[in-house]
Write a protein that binds this ligand. Sequence first.
Ligand code: ZN
Length: 248
Amino acid sequence: MSIEVKSRFAVFSDVHANLAALQKFLKDAQARGIEQYFCLGDIVGYGPRPNECCEIVREMDIPVVLGNHDYACLHEEDRLHFNDIARQAIEWTADQLNAENREWLSSLPCRIDAGDYTFVHASACKPSEWTYVISRKDVDDCFEAFQNSVCFIGHSHQPFVVIEDDKGQMQFPEQQTIQKKGVYRYLVNVGSIGQPRDQDARLCYFLVDQTESLMSFIRVDYPIEETQKEINAAGLPIQLANRIEKGW
Ligand code: ZN
């Protein structure tokens, strides 16, 4: 099935069952005239509202790829490499998820290619192994594994852009908005909706305007204390409530 990519679209990742953040993101994106959405997975895990977040994203009927927390909630044997706090949240989530949402999560692919774009949760290089793109070698491996102009990733919850210019040199721009050039290729980590980890607690997503050739990170405040209350009420580890306030 080929997906037609519209002029103005948003890419978001790592909602992590943070309903207040998801709702605020959708409101903000709608106000900016977004015509299409792509989701890079980890809809659940860590956060207190897994079923509601699955239902919202499911009903949006958009392209979604699978994340490692989504997968681990469905597969008990895959939880050993998570730290204690993440694993406790995954076990709690696995108990909460209803049959419909489990079935939907288990149907998600690990990679989607649409138009001139590639969408994965972790890295285009062996996406189902959930490799983090941290080192220069990870960046090179990822670039080698896609042919399109842009590859969107999530997973680390830390937004960044790497540009491969027309001479094959890598650039690491710092600005929030980038003018997209046809001869360059891009690797974009879109950050996280539900648990940002770049010392900025505001939710983060990525907006592409194909008509203007502009690509931007968008940061938005959301009612963090609502999610913190829900984390505490659910009996999830207190560290999960603390970290979303600090953005780590
Ligand atoms: Zn994640």
